[in-house]
Design a protein around this ligand. Structure first.
Ligand code: GTP
Ligand code: MG
Length: 206
C-alpha cells in the first residue's frame, strides 16, 4: 500500500465538492504548521506530494490522496484515501478564512460515513492545546475514532518525548473515541513512520 506511488486526486474547498463516499478514508488534522502535509509525504515517500510550508495556513482545502493505478471508474476504486486537512488555530489568518476552514473541517469530521479514523497531530514542542481539546471534544461527541500522533520529535530530547507520551496518554484516558496508543513521529528523521503505516493499514483493513 505505502510501497507504491500515491497521487493527488482532489482539493475540496467546500463540502459540495467532496467525492462521493467510497473507499475508507483516514484524515490528518491538527493545528496549522504541526506537520500534517509533511507527515503524509513521509508516509508515502514522496516529498512534494502534499504542499508544505514554513508559513502556517499552507493547506486550505481537504486534499485527497490515493495510491496510483485505479481509474475510479466502474468499481475500480482505490483501497483507501488519505485526506490532508487545513490546520486550525492560525491566529494571523483573516477571520472569514478561519470561519470557512473551521466549518469545512468540522462538517467533514462530523458527517463523513467513510471516515475510518482521524489522526490528530500534536507538535512535540507544544503538547495538547486548547483548540486541540475542542477538536477532540467534537470527535468524542460525533463518535469518530481518532488517534494522537506526536510530530517533530526531532525537536525535543528523547526523555522529553517519553514524558510527553505519558502526559498525553493521561489526558486522553477518559475520552471515549480516542485510541489509547499514541504514536511519536518525526517526518524529518523518518521516525515512527512504520508504526503509523501499520496503524493506518489496520484501520482501513488492508
Ligand atoms: P498547514 O497546512 O499550514 O496547516 O501546516 P501543516 O500541518 O501541513 O505543516 P507542514 O507539513 O506544512 O509543515 C510545517 C513546517 O514544519 C515546515 O517547515 C516543515 O518542514 C516542518 N516540519 C514538518 N515535520 C517536521 C519534522 O518532523 N521535524 C521538523 N524539524 N520539522 C518538521
Ligand atoms: Mg498542510
Amino acid at each position: 500500500l505505502f510501497g507504491r506511488p500515491w497521487i493527488f486526486i482532489r482539493g475540496v474547498p467546500s463540502l459540495k465538492f467532496l467525492p462521493p463516499e467510497g473507499p475508507p478514508e483516514v484524515a490528518f488534522a491538527g493545528r496549522s504548521n504541526v506537520g500534517k502535509s509533511s507527515l503524509i509525504n513521509a508516509l508515502v515517500g514522496h516529498k512534494g506530494l502534499a504542499r508544505t510550508s514554513n508559513t502556517p495556513g499552507r493547506t486550505q482545502e481537504l486534499n485527497y490522496f490515493v495510491p496510483e493505478g485505479y481509474s475510479g471508474e466502474g468499481g475500480d476504486l482505490p483501497p483507501m484515501a488519505l485526506v490532508d486537512m487545513p490546520g486550525y488555530g492560525y491566529a494571523q489568518a483573516p477571520k472569514e478564512h478561519v470561519d470557512a476552514w473551521t466549518k469545512l473541517v468540522f462538517d467533514y469530521l462530523r458527517g463523513r460515513a467513510t471516515l475510518k479514523r482521524v489522526y490528530v497531530l500534536i507538535d512535540s514542542r507544544h503538547g495538547v492545546k486548547k483548540n486541540d481539546d475542542e477538536v477532540l471534544d467534537l470527535l468524542d461527541k460525533a463518535a469518530v475514532s481518532y488517534q494522537i500522533v506526536l510530530t517533530k520529535t526531532d525537536k525535543i530530547k528523547p526523555p522529553a518525548v517519553v514524558k510527553l507520551l505519558a502526559e498525553t496518554a493521561e489526558k486522553i484516558k477518559k475520552r471515549p473515541a480516542a485510541y489509547p496508543e499514541i504514536i511519536a513521529t518525526s517526518s524529518e528523521k523518518s521516525e515512527g513512520l512504520d508504526d503509523l503505516r501499520a496503524a493506518i493499514a489496520q484501520t482501513v483493513g488492508i
